[in-house]
Ligand binder design. Structure first.
Ligand SMILES: Nc1ncnc2c1ncn2[C@@H]1O[C@H](COP(=O)(O)OP(=O)(O)OP(=O)(O)O)[C@@H](O)[C@H]1O
Ligand SMILES: [Mg+2]
Length: 305
């Protein structure tokens, strides 16, 4: 753990006229992490990122980026970052090459064609370098946004739903690219609604909901703490009548075919479950590992209720 965090927010608050978008969120993201911010629509993820990137003013709390306080040392803080915004927002009349040239200039770096092509190449946009941005497909536009956020080699990259609308194979390529960036020393903070993406990529995730931080941990620890391994037992014959009490006591349930028993046995009771089910004639057994998606739904369950 490095002494200076890549990003730190303390009691970060944002009150809009009608809604408290952030209710005091304290988060510490270590340098070199891939960190995912998760939460339902309207949770406050984009607000948090926008404040940290200096686009929205907080109504309370403190932000620092690699030790630079946003309030007193904002320019230095902003130099360190790159942002892929959630909304596509570039000038449709510039080509990707021109857009990246401007972006470098904006960060005070002399435009460098080799670097521009390196980034476009990494995002599979090299053959589109000189077309008008409006001729790009939706997924290509999103990739151009990513290129813009990275061309100046930021120390901390914020990716707000970078893979929304990006096709499956390219999404995998982007994961590889994000890992490569991190290997090169960039800290990555991303939001996503694809839970398998967070599970595959992130060292740690934060779940926020209605402006409040619910939890921060590694995907593995969250699944250990909140997820349940499901067991599915298929029987040779349908069960006549009720399931034995020894099974229902462990939470086992029979499906409509009366031939499949599902159960998330409490810790240490797998043996008891199998023993109790054997006399019913088990012909197949499958287990399902807990997923981050299952944990996320459990942690944010009240939203839909
Ligand atoms: N400019 C604004 N003016 C007023 N309210 C806003 C503004 N921007 C965001 N909000 C509100 O703040 C809350 C948090 O919004 P935010 O965009 O941060 O959510 P989010 O977690 O990024 O959601 P999503 O997953 O849909 O992108 C929402 O209730 C939203 O309506
Ligand atoms: Mg958002």
């Amino acid at each position: 753990m490095s002494a200076i965090p890549a990003v730190e927010t303390e009691a970060l608050a944002k009150r809009y006229a009608k809604v408290e978008a952030l209710k005091g969120v304290s988060l510490r993201i270590e340098a070199g992490e891939i960190f995912a911010l998760l939460g339902p629509n309207g949770a406050g993820k984009t607000t948090w990122i926008s404040i940290v990137c200096g686009l929205v003013r907080a109504t309370g709390g403190r932000v620092s980026v690699l030790g630079h306080d946003l309030a007193t040392d904002g320019l230095a803080a902003r130099r360190m970052i790159g942002l892929v915004p959630q909304e596509i927002n570039f000038d449709p009349f510039f080509s990707p090459r021109e857009a990246l040239r401007f972006q470098m200039g904006y960060y005070g770096i002399p435009p460098n064609d080799a670097r521009i092509m390196e980034v476009l190449d990494a995002l599979e946009l090299a053959d589109k370098a000189d077309v008008n941005a409006r001729e790009l497909s939706g997924g290509m536009k999103r990739r151009l946004l990513i290129a813009k956020a990275l061309v100046h080699k930021p120390k901390v990259a914020f990716l707000d739903e970078p893979t929304a609308g990006v096709d499956v194979s390219l999404r995998r390529d982007l994961w590889t690219y994000v890992r490569k960036l991190r290997a090169g020393g960039t800290t990555i903070v991303l939001t996503t609604h694809y839970l398998e993406e967070a599970e595959a990529l992130a060292d740690r995730v934060a779940v926020i909901d209605r402006g409040e931080l619910i939890t921060v941990d590694t995907p593995h620890a969250l699944m250990q703490a909140h997820g349940k391994k499901q067991v599915r037992l298929t029987l040779g014959q349908p069960v006549a009548g009720q399931l034995p009490a020894s099974l229902t006591a462990l939470g086992a349930m029979l499906d409509d075919t009366r031939k499949v028993i599902t159960c998330a046995p409490p810790d240490g009771t797998m043996g008891r479950l199998l023993e109790a089910a054997m006399p019913l004639g088990v012909v197949d057994l499958r287990t399902e590992e807990p997923s981050l998606e299952q944990v996320f739904l459990q942690l944010t369950e009240h939203v839909k209720s």
